[in-house]
Design a protein around this ligand. Sequence first.
Ligand SMILES: Cc1ncc(COP(=O)(O)O)c(C=O)c1O
Length: 469
Amino acid sequence: MTDQPATDPLAEIERSLKPYRGELPTHARLPEEGVPREEVLGQLRRMADAEREKWEGGHVSGAVYEGEAEHIAFLNEAYAIHSQSNPLHLDVWPSAAKFEAEIVAMTAGMLGAEETPDAIVGTVTSGGTESIMLAMRAYRERGRANGIERPVMVLCETAHAAFDKAADAFGIEQRKVPAGPGHVADVAAMEAAIDERTVVVIGSAPAFPHGLVDPIAELSEIARARGIGFHTDGCLGGFLLPWAAKLGHEVPAFDFRLPGVTSMSADTHKFGYAAKGTSVVLYRGEELRRHQYFTFTDWPGGLYATPTFAGSRPGGLSAACWAAMVSLGESGYLEAARRILAAADEMKQGIRATDGIELFGDPLFCLAFGPAEEGLDVYRVMDEMSARGWSLNGLHRPPSVHICVTLRHTQPGLAERFGADLAGAVQAARAQPTAEGGMAPIYGLAASVPDRTLVSEFLRQYMDRWYVP
Ligand SMILES: Cc1ncc(COP(=O)(O)O)c(C=O)c1O
């Protein structure tokens, strides 16, 4: 960046990105002779042990959604049993077809498939971003088939950045609508943004920033009335909201029970408690899923067909995902939701009881707060929480911070400690409004640079440093 401050913010980030330099051997080229397996495993364990400390205690927002040693060992075993499986070769590994068909069917059943006459179908993907990108590409293809050459998606600014990635990758124009009152999608403004080129309207259940569910019933009805697709992004809430509703929490309708919802994304690797690397994308009807598939029939390498973006894929991850879902069952998901929502309730009370900050709306499990008094830098509060061992997510526009509550936060006394630490962090941030280091100066800098290409360049430099051994 040209407007660089006296201290290089990237230098500090790089230090935290590369803590093993000097601690462990660096392999900038292949070792001449292979390192003995025991030594390699020893190095892997050292890094995992150091990192486990950060998340195991339950101070990290989101990231690890289950995390009990027994559950992890079970997933690892399921993965190990099928570690050689590749769903590209179903002739060799038909087990992968079983796992994936059942993961899709079980997810669809949880999200209203049994209460609609339509067939709810889908595929297993590598994560929320891939689920969203596949769905957006399917709408583009359907639009093209219907003569829409320059397709448009209509979405609220709080929708996940994966929609921007999809727009960028597939040449879909975006009509981005500012959030309305209460930080959720503004129904009237979204409706006004729809035109004859719109192929899909998007709603989030909930949106990542403030954890609030958009008015999906109204939005999806507007789309349905015009014959336009509607995607509910349930990446974050898809595996939690159905159980929250069963437990008696107020959950607005968001899934296939609404006739206007034509596709959904729901992440097994979040509140599905699977290992990282799986998600599910669902469609109302076979036709849309067909638009997701890729086939190529003229390749000298043979007939080629893949349902998702990847070619070869880790079938072991599907095995582990299937194992997680089958072993938990409805009762397991319900109990997990009960514990998470109880912890989130206590943490919400902690936020509400803290002078100087305010909670955004009434979220269920992903809690965002912003400053409620002049001059309080909420990113300083975040840094003070980091000093107390917490790892929260910084949001912007408006400046705020959130914590996504998971099973990690249900450990005894932790939700209470969150409230106490928050009160201390706000007081410390008041007493010392500016400080060297931490994320506050970086967020401050990002907010103060009007040229977004400069901010983008900063992020690209960060990724450059990621790949320096
Ligand atoms: C609402 C929402 N959508 C999509 C995603 C993207 O998921 P992933 O990081 O698995 O690609 C996330 C991730 O947090 C999310 O919260």
